[in-house]
Write a protein that binds this ligand. Structure first.
Ligand code: BV8
Length: 249
């Protein structure tokens, strides 16, 4: 870590010490060092291979359910073989040692913050391992195990309803309570850390602007530039698994 980052890190440690309430927004980058591809990573990212609107939207699912179901099945399979990384663990330990001081809001659906022991994770975009019905359920939908055939998503044998991943797709509203809790944290915090996110997806990215407008210090932790850098007080250029254990010493 170069001296410039070290100096900036010292400043952020001071803000962390002085803060009454810290809000954290994480994105796919915090899971990268666990081996989970990010959306934007050009080499292996999902967004590089597919049009995300075709993969993470109701219209995309309806037009090609097998392909989208396969995409989520592969992501779920990967989750069985990865672990939280030191970045997840550092966040969880700090929250445990400072009850009520840190609110963790994540865009991620991989459940790694929860597995690392972070209490009260606010998951804005749902969770990868769960399913729900694509259409309103008929009386038979839940009565029997939905059947799947040939890579197609499981379907209700009575009405043909399909299961879908219990995540928030583009064009879908976020869970109201999660968004409300996240906005409250953004508006009350005196320090906001935006970690491992491009800051391109809303309303999640808007939380950082809300914190900024309320006068919170804004710290970006990312090896690359992001769409939030313009409102940052400090940008710590590095990976979350390197920076966070150092930051939360
Ligand atoms: C909604 C779940 C109301 C599914 C996801 C306002 C302005 C503009 C657009 C909109 C707006 N309001 C709404 C929209 C539309 C849309 C949107 O934001 N579009 C974008 C593309 C412009 N938003 C929505 O549709 C949202 N719904 O607003 O409802 C509504 C209703 C009807 C009509 C309109 C509005 C719903 C959005 C949620 C979509 N679901 N995920 C799934 O996972 O399959 S989004 C998904 O993509 C993620 O959850 C995440 O949010 C996003 C990816 O972003 P990042 O997490 O930032 O990850 P990314 O890969 O992009 O970048 C990785 C970063 O990590 C990089 O910066 C990289 O440098 C860094 N990094 C890499 N390695 C490391 C690292 N950092 C640290 N350490 C490392 N080792």
């Amino acid at each position: 870590m170069n001296s410039q980052t070290q100096t900036a890190m010292q400043q952020v440690r001071q803000w962390l010490e002085q803060a009454k309430h810290v809000a954290v927004l994480t994105g796919a980058g915090v899971s990268a060092e666990s081996g989970v591809p990010t959306f934007r990573d050009t080499q292996k990212g999902y967004w590089a291979e597919f049009d995300v609107q075709d993969m993470a939207s109701v219209s995309g699912y309806r037009s090609n359910p097998a392909r989208v179901w396969q995409w989520y099945s592969e992501r779920r399979e990967l989750m069985l073989h990865v672990q939280p990384n030191p970045g997840h663990t550092a966040l969880a330990s700090y929250a445990q040692q400072h009850p009520g001081k840190l609110t963790l809001v994540t865009q991620n659906v991989d459940g790694l913050h929860e597995r690392a022991g972070s209490p009260h994770v606010i998951a804005l975009h749902g969770e990868l391992m769960g399913n729900c019905w694509l259409n309103d359920a008929c009386p038979m939908c839940d009565a029997q195990a939905a059947l799947s055939a040939g890579g197609q998503p499981p379907q209700c044998s009575a009405c043909g309803n399909m299961l879908r991943p219990a995540v928030v797709w583009f064009g879908e509203n976020l869970p109201a309570q999660a968004l409300q809790d996240a906005e409250a944290a953004a508006q009350q915090c005196d320090l906001m850390l935006a970690i491992g996110t491009t800051g391109a997806v809303y309303p999640a990215a808007g939380l950082v602007f809300q914190a900024h407008q309320r006068g919170a210090k804004i710290v970006i932790i990312n090896p690359d530039d992001t769409e939030l850098d313009g409102i940052a007080d400090v940008c710590l250029k590095g990976t979350s698994a390197q920076i966070l254990p150092e930051l939360f010493l």
